[in-house]
Design a protein around this ligand. Structure first.
Ligand code: PBG
Length: 311
C-alpha cells in the first residue's frame, strides 16, 4: 500500500444493511481522508446461505463473519464492518476489533400493520422473531403471545409481515432507521421492556492487528462513549460465554463518567427472568460487565443457558 495513494478494501456481506454499513464507513473514511480510495468487496457468508434452519439449532458462533475474516487474513480485504451485535466475543489471532463508531438508536422496534404497540396486541397474537432474547422478554410480559420464528434479512422479514404471517414482528430500530424505513416503526420498545442485545445499533470495524497504516486512517471514526458501552456489554456476554443466539440482554448507558450496565438472562418461555444493574466509572467498563455477569451466574444464569445450549 503506497502512503501517497492509500486504498482500503472493505469486506462486506451483501445484505442491504451490511452494504449500508460498509457504504457508511466508506463515506466517513473519504470525508476524513481526501486522497483515500475505498472499495467494497461484497461476499456471502455461511449465515446468509443457511436460511431455513433456526439459528439457535445450527449454532456455531460467527456464522456471519468467518468469510470476511479469511478475506482479511489472506489480504483480499483490509477491514470488515460489522453490526457489533453479530460479532463473536473473541477474535482470531492476527485480527482485532479496532474501531467502534457512534451508536444508532439501540432499542427494539415493534413493527405491525394493524397494531400500535405490544400493549395493543390482542390475546394470542402471533409475533415474529428468531431472537431468543426478544422471545423470553415477550413471553415474560405477555405469556399469551405466540412467538414464531422469523429469519432472513430486514426486507425479507418485512415482506413476511406484510404477507400476513404475523400480527407483529420485532426488529432492531437501528436497521430500519439505516435502511430509511423509520415509518415502519410503530413503537420503540423501551429498554426496560425489551433489553437490547449487546452492541445493538453499533457498528464496529475489524482489521489486521499489524496493519498500522489502516489503523491510523480509521482513528477519526472512533466514538469513545459507544466504545465504553459496548465494552461493558461484550464483557458481560463473554463471561456468560454467550454467542449471538442466546436469551441474554446487555445494555449500558453513560452519564458523565458513570457507566450503568443492565444485564438480563431469561428462560425461553419467559418463566424466569434474571436481571442485575450495576454502575461504576467508565474506565472500568469491562469489570462492570464481568461483575454483572457474575451476579447473574450467582442467580442461576448458568442453568438457564445450559438448557438453551443443550436443546
Ligand atoms: N441479527 C441481525 C441483525 N444484526 C444487526 C441488526 C440491526 C442493526 C444493529 O443492531 O446494528 C439486525 C437485525 C435485527 O436484529 O433486527
Amino acid at each position: 500500500m503506497s502512503q501517497d495513494n492509500p486504498i482500503i478494501r472493505i469486506a462486506t456481506r451483501k445484505s442491504a444493511l451490511a452494504l449500508w454499513q460498509a457504504e457508511f464507513v466508506k463515506a466517513e473514511l473519504e470525508k476524513h481522508h481526501a486522497n483515500l480510495t475505498v472499495e467494497l468487496v461484497p461476499m456471502s457468508t455461511q449465515g446468509d446461505k443457511i436460511l431455513d434452519t433456526p439459528l439457535a439449532k445450527i449454532g456455531g458462533k460467527g456464522l456471519f463473519v468467518k468469510e470476511l475474516e479469511v478475506a482479511m487474513m489472506e489480504g483480499r480485504a483490509d477491514i470488515a464492518v460489522h453490526s457489533m451485535k453479530d460479532v463473536p466475543v473473541e477474535f482470531p489471532d492476527g485480527l482485532e476489533l479496532h474501531t467502534i463508531c457512534e451508536r444508532e438508536d439501540p432499542r427494539d422496534a415493534f413493527v405491525s400493520n394493524n397494531f400500535k404497540s405490544l400493549a395493543d396486541l390482542p390475546q394470542g397474537a402471533i409475533v415474529g422473531t428468531s431472537s431468543l432474547r426478544r422471545q423470553c422478554q415477550l413471553k415474560a410480559a405477555r405469556p399469551d403471545l405466540e412467538i414464531r420464528d422469523l429469519r432472513g434479512n430486514v426486507n425479507t422479514r418485512l415482506a413476511k409481515l406484510d404477507a400476513g404471517e404475523y400480527d407483529a414482528i420485532i426488529l432492531a430500530a437501528a436497521g430500519l432507521i439505516r435502511l430509511e424505513m423509520p415509518e415502519r416503526i410503530a413503537d420503540f420498545i423501551a429498554a426496560e421492556d425489551s433489553l437490547p442485545a449487546n452492541g445493538q445499533g453499533a457498528v464496529g470495524i475489524e482489521c489486521r492487528s499489524d496493519d498500522e497504516t489502516t489503523k491510523t486512517l480509521l482513528a477519526p471514526l472512533e466514538h469513545t462513549e459507544t466504545r465504553y458501552r459496548v465494552l461493558a456489554e461484550r464483557a458481560m456476554n463473554r463471561k456468560l460465554q454467550g454467542g449471538c443466539q442466546v436469551p441474554i440482554g446487555a445494555f449500558a448507558t453513560v452519564e458523565g463518567e458513570t457507566l450503568t450496565l443492565r444485564g438480563l438472562v431469561g428462560a425461553l418461555d419467559g418463566s424466569v427472568i434474571l436481571q442485575h444493574t450495576l454502575a461504576g466509572n467508565v474506565a472500568n467498563a469491562e469489570q462492570i460487565g464481568e461483575q454483572v455477569a457474575d451476579n447473574l451466574l450467582s442467580q442461576g444464569a448458568d442453568k438457564i443457558l445450559a438448557e438453551v445450549y443443550g436443546n
